[in-house]
Every structure is written in structure tokens, then in C-alpha cells.
Ligand binder design. Structure first.
Ligand code: FAD
Length: 382
């Protein structure tokens, strides 16, 4: 089914190509990557060579020149690989760490950071969260002080996806004594710089094929030229970045939910109890109908909001609604799917338990459910 007017025949061709890649080059290895706690770095290069990391970016920046919906297709299809971790790590690269460079960076920064990331030659991370500051981005403490032609950076970043292996991080840093959001800037930091250390590789409930780190910056010297855009504009830049991140998170939630639904559907038709496939119990068939309905509702909302975003609008209320609804839906669908699997659903041998664990994160990352509700209710005049 083609969802008009959002997707065209070309998008569906792209969907097939990505689906084929996922089936052949990702799915068979997910188990191994989950076990290892990371995916092999070579797959980033492979995806760069295939053009997947720059689908919607201009050709002169190494991208494929596609529209925003090519990224939606990519996020949905990659999320069907059988886990949430690897797709999340890739989304950090394509839709979180590098969009601010494309939008606010200069030619030199695009050459040094953006193009290598799109080509898969560099792995990127985004550094917002800190041990004591997550939802309240305006309060972060990591400090950059100007010294000659350099920024000297001190602080700690927490829960950084790709953090233990990334080549660079798009870092939210306080660069003046101005309190709150006014003092923040974005600085691109090479993670092999002296003074950068990975203090912890974090152990997680889910998303295990993606590595997550705490990173310490101890007097890290960064060239002045790595300041992204204007000094003091970091908060507005990162709030802009979060809008795209939330839409891609919604698309990934949809992909994850669809894979949970597909597994539950097949299982319900083959698993027999009381001499009948369990799908014959009305309570199960109606549950599947409800799961499918919730997925479709979120698809329509996501596509409609992404359409506005792709046409230059930044409808933050609707983006927050989309992210909230899709994240809640995905975890709800995964939970119901696990129920349909019964005891098998609770076993590590069946893929549904991983989707259930992984889908939980989407209600916390990229802005927790409660933060989305705050944004929405404020814009409702409450
Ligand atoms: C696996 C994983 C990967 C991540 N990757 C990255 C990454 O790559 N880069 C990065 O910078 N960060 C990353 N994060 C951090 C993530 O963005 C934060 O966890 C998230 O923003 C919430 O911040 P917090 O954990 O500090 O929770 P807190 O801000 O301490 O909030 C705790 C809870 O309080 C409630 N709450 C908070 N604020 C409000 C409010 N205004 N109104 C009502 N309730 C509220 C919510 O229920 C929230 O869940 C990652 C996190 C995880 C778990």
C-alpha cells in the first residue's frame, strides 16, 4: 500500500532496496551484535557506500539528494531488523549528530565532519545529556572556555550512543557565564583528542547492539574553528535538531511496532491451544485488529507531520504529539505481542522479548513522554 501523497513509487523502490539490505546484511547478525554489545563498525562504511547515510542530504555534501520521506522510509525499514539498538545508533549518525552541521556548519566543518559521516568514514555521536542534566537541556554544565584560538572543554556527558567508538561528537557546551539556555553553544569535538576518556560503557535493559558511554572531557583542547554556527545559539540549534530527531524516532517506533505485530500475527495463526489456532479466539483476533489500528493511526500522524516538516514548517506541538503517540504505541504493541506469545514471549529464544525491551527506550530518549506532554499542553494554552 502506498500512502499518498507522502510516498511515491520511488520511495517504494527504495523501501525494497533497504528491506533487502536488512534481510541479508543485518537480520542474520543481530543476535551476535546484541551479544557483543555493539555492531561491527564496518557496517557503517558499507551503509555509507550504499548511500543510506545521506539519503536526504544534497549531493554536493555526499548525500543522495532525496526528500525527507527517504529518511522516514529508511528509519521504518531499518527498525524491522529485529532489534532497536543498531537502528538507533545509525539514526544518531544520520538524524541527530549531523543535521546541525548541514544546517549551521560552514564549508570547512562540512568537509571535515559531515561528508565523512555521510560516507561512513566517521562514526558520529551527539552529546547533550549529563549525569545531572537530561530533560532540562538549558541547565547543562559542560563548560568550554576560550583560550587563544582554542576551546578548553571540561565536563561529563552521559548515555552517549556510539560514545565509546565515535570519531567525533556534536557537543552541547556552555561557553559563557550567562545562565540557562543563553550560554550554550555547539562544538564539534574529535573524540581522539587528549583529555577525552570513556569512563564507563553502560550496561542496558535493551538496545544492546548499540554501545552507550559516559564520556569525560578533562581540559580537552578544541580548535576555535569547531564552533558550530554562532556562539550562544546552541540551545536553539539543539531544539531544532530535536524536532527532526523526534520524527525519526516516531518512524523507528512504527517499524519496531510493525515487526512486533507481524511476529504476533504469524504466531497467533500457527500456535494451537484447545485444538484451534489461538487467532481463532476472538479476544486475540480483536487484539491484533487493535494493534494494527494503533499502528495505522501513528503512521498517518507521523506522515502528516513529516510532510509539514519537509515543507519547511516546524510544528513542534504536532511533532511532540507524533513522538509521544508513536513511542507509547510501539511499547503497547510490543507488550501485547509478547502476551500473544505467552510463555514463549518471555523467553530469550523468541525475538519478541527483545523488541519489547528495546521499544521501552523510545518513551525516554529524544524527550520523555512527560516532556512531550509538557510541550503539547503549553501550546494548548495550559
Ligand atoms: C540507551 C540510551 C541512549 C541515549 N543516547 C543519548 C545520546 O546519544 N545523546 C544524549 O545526549 N543523550 C542520550 N540519552 C539520554 C536521553 O536523552 C535522556 O535519558 C532523556 O532525555 C531523559 O533524561 P534523563 O535520563 O536525565 O531523565 P530526567 O531528566 O532526570 O527525567 C527523569 C524523569 O522525570 C520526568 N520528567 C523530567 N522532566 C519533566 C518535566 N518537565 N515534566 C514532567 N516530568 C518530567 C520524566 O518522567 C523523566 O523520565 C540516551 C539515553 C539512553 C537510556
Amino acid at each position: 500500500m502506498i500512502y499518498e501523497p507522502y510516498f511515491t513509487e520511488e520511495h517504494e523502490q527504495l523501501r525494497k532496496v533497504i528491506r533487502n539490505f536488512v534481510e541479508k546484511e543485518v537480520k542474520p547478525f543481530v543476535e551476535e551484535w546484541e551479544e557483543a554489545g555493539e555492531f561491527p563498525i564496518e557496517i557503517i562504511k558499507r551503509m555509507g557506500d550504499l548511500g543510506f547515510l545521506g539519503l536526504r542530504y544534497p549531493k554536493e555534501l555526499g548525500g543522495q539528494g532525496g526528500d525527507y520521506f527517504t529518511s522516514i522510509v529508511f528509519a521504518e525499514e531499518l527498525a524491522k531488523c529485529g532489534c532497536g539498538g543498531f537502528p538507533m545508533a545509525v539514526a544518531v549518525q544520520t538524524d541527530m549528530a549531523i543535521p546541525p552541521i548541514a544546517e549551521f556548519g560552514n564549508d570547512d566543518q562540512k568537509k571535515r565532519f559531515f561528508i565523512p559521516a555521510v560516507k561512513g568514514d566517521k562514526l558520529a555521536a551527539i552529546g547533550i545529556s549529563e549525569p545531572n542534566h537530561g530533560s532540562d537541556v538549558a541547565s547543562i554544565e559542560t563548560r568550554g572556555r576560550k583560550q587563544g584560538n582554542e576551546w578548553i572543554i571540561n565536563g561529563t556527558k552521559m548515555y552517549i550512543t556510539n560514545g565509546s567508538r565515535a570519531d567525533f561528537v556534536t557537543l552541547v557546551t556552555r561557553t559563557s557565564d550567562e545562565p540557562g539556555y543563553k550560554g550554550l553553544s555547539l562544538i564539534l569535538v574529535d573524540l581522539d583528542s587528549p583529555g577525552v576518556s570513556i569512563s564507563k560503557r553502560l550496561d542496558k535493559v535493551g538496545m544492546r547492539s548499540s554501545d552507550t558511554a559516559e564520556i569525560i572531557f578533562d581540559n580537552v583542547s578544541v580548535p576555535e574553528a569547531n564552533l558550530l554556527g554562532e556562539e550562544g545559539k546552541g540551545f536553539s540549534y539543539i531544539m531544532w535538531e530535536l524536532q527532526g530527531e523526534r520524527l525519526i524516532s516516531a518512524a523507528a517506533s512504527i517499524g519496531l511496532a510493525e515487526s512486533a505485530y507481524d511476529l504476533a500475527y504469524e504466531y497467533a495463526k500457527t500456535r494451537k491451544q484447545f485444538n484451534h489456532p489461538i487467532a481463532n479466539f476472538q479476544v486475540i483476533s480483536h487484539l491484533l485488529a487493535e494493534m494494527k489500528t494503533e499502528i495505522e493511526v501513528c503512521k498517518e500522524l507521523t506522515y502528516a507531520t513529516a510532510y509539514r516538516f519537509s515543507n519547511g514548517e516546524v510544528p513542534s506541538k504536532e511533532i511532540s504529539m507524533t513522538k509521544l503517540a508513536a513511542a507509547q504505541m510501539a511499547h503497547w504493541v510490543a507488550d501485547r505481542a509478547l502476551q500473544i506469545f505467552g510463555g514463549n514471549g518471555y523467553m530469550a529464544d523468541y525475538p519478541i522479548e527483545r523488541i519489547w525491551r528495546d521499544s521501552r527506550l523510545n518513551r525516554i530518549g529524544a524527550g520523555a513522554d512527560e516532556v512531550m506532554k509538557e510541550i503539547i499542553s503549553k501550546q494548548m494554552g495550559l
